[in-house]
Unconditional design. Sequence first.
Length: 681
Amino acid sequence: MPTVKISPKFKSQAYKAIFSIVLFIIVYMLLLVLAVGIFVGCGYGAITMIGFKPSFITLMLGIGIIGVGFFILFFMVKFLFAKNKTDYSYLTEINLKDEPELYNMIQELVDEIGTDFPKKIYISPQVNASVFYDSGFWSMFFPVKKNLHIGMGLVNATTVTELKGILAHEFGHFSQKSMKVGSYVYNVNKIIYNLLYENDDYGNVVSSWANKSGYFAFLIHIAFAFNRMIQYVLQFMYKIVNVNYMGLSREMEFHADEIAANTVGSEPMINSMLRMDLASNSFDNVLDYYNRNIEKSVTTSNIFPQHTLAMNFMANSNKIAIEHNLPKVESDFYERFNKSKLVVKNQWESHPATDERVMAFKKLNVSLKHTDNRPANVLFHNAGQTQEKVTKKMFEAIVYPEPPTEEDISHFETSIKKDYEDNKYPELYNGYYDNHSVTLLDLDTILQNPATDATFDELYNNTMVELVYSKNGLTNDLETLQQIARKEFKIKTFDYDGKKYKAADAQLLVDNLERELTAMKEKIKANDIEIFKFFYAKALPKAADFKLLQCYKDFFKVEGLHEKKVQFYIDMFEKFSFSYEQNQIEDINNRMSNYYVFESKFKAELKETIADELYQKAITPEFKTQFEAYLDKDLSYFDGAQYDNEAIITKNNILFAYFSVLQRSYFLNHKAILDFQISLL
């Protein structure tokens, strides 16, 4: 494999990351020296004061002053006593002696890239692969062998060549000395996090000590004030260390990508990268399916055939070609949905965006090496057995109401197809409504002149669909630009439509784009008016005009109420947020009284919603039972001493069900228009 050179930008980011860590060490040592000095000064001052005028008061004050110095010093070093254990329970170690083909591939990559063989190799259910090692305190000073993690969801979504390229990317990280910087950053973050947030035990010890005497309680505020100053400094240091490390991390990804491309070629890397979102979403959909069926005690011994089925079903539904039993996702598939022209570099991202990485692969343009388009599962001696082992580990913590039964994959296939049909709009609309709701229209005015010459193909052609997506992209861009104009994003420059702008120019751009957005909305509204006229003309000869009008009016009613009803949902959570704060009991009781008043208003809104026939079609029998039980009794969330967690969970479940009904009702009433219109053709 050709040697992949470290780019000047990579070196620059590495130096910045190392400098920021050194700077943190210097700042921390200065603060530690200051804390030691305060402790020594407090001890000396206390002894001097007691010696000068021995008495009970000076003795207590002296002990209190020493306590202040001690707790300031202890605050600076308490992270040394914190227990941090990384959870690897979701991983399963494999023995490569049992997997000769996988072993041969890994050995080949190790030899070709010139790096070390992994210490251990783990598998998980994830659609992912990664390199990790136990990043303890001593790992900053001594070499630590890295582990390789391979997700079986990833294996299930790649060919042999593609998986080899992805693993080559991971072994590229093995060869990066700059990964050591990650160990330092990890430990720096542990220190900062401990000092900023892990203070419950520390606070309990300090409070217990302060409660022993009024003298101690008075003086301990000095320690708290000093600790807050330390935390302020560390928050500033956290940003410096991590922003610089994230910049290095992105360059490490590009470097590892180049190693991967030189190992298998650019094309397999592009294909696998473009497929990953679809593969991940499909896997999430499968998990969601089995989560929904916990109450029915439905399970499976192997989740991965369902993953393949869901992945290819989603591909077929989106007119994506299938090659080698895997979706062949093209770049323009995502470009159709993403019409954003705004580029804001996120300094907190650890990985470059997919389109940036794809562009880099294309620029490298490394020719295709030896190609093996077999499914990557063949690398495992008994892939089905391995998949079952991983699946069993995923499901073992689930508690089922009844002994679980394994359903046939055909039931899963039938279910996802039904879900798809129930939740999609007719394909004849060419995707026009997938991200656009029927515009609110003045039907009475339109009916004064209902004639139209428009044809169905003109109303739903690609130009109109593109306009809808462009409007959505511009809307999202405007929201971000408005945040930049309000200085909510601390950036200096951004790119829009290929041009670079200063943050100070954001408001001027917002003004221009708002006019452009208004023009787009007017064009779409004009098209929606012609659409109504077109279908109204189809409805008249069939005496279906009244039903068409009613479908529109029903949706417009739901549309008009939607924002108000969703706001109730949001307010119910926000007005209860005090329960997650530390408050005095009297304050909790007062806030709870106010909450009960608002909750009574929400209950009235809920009653009105479930009585409205426009919402009833979205209320499942389970939701109906939950709503009726909630409305029949008054839940008490605080008994004067502690919160009732069971009551709070019940309330939250009601709110989630209420929101689900709102969203589903909106969809169903919108779909009613579209389905009825198709029936008129």
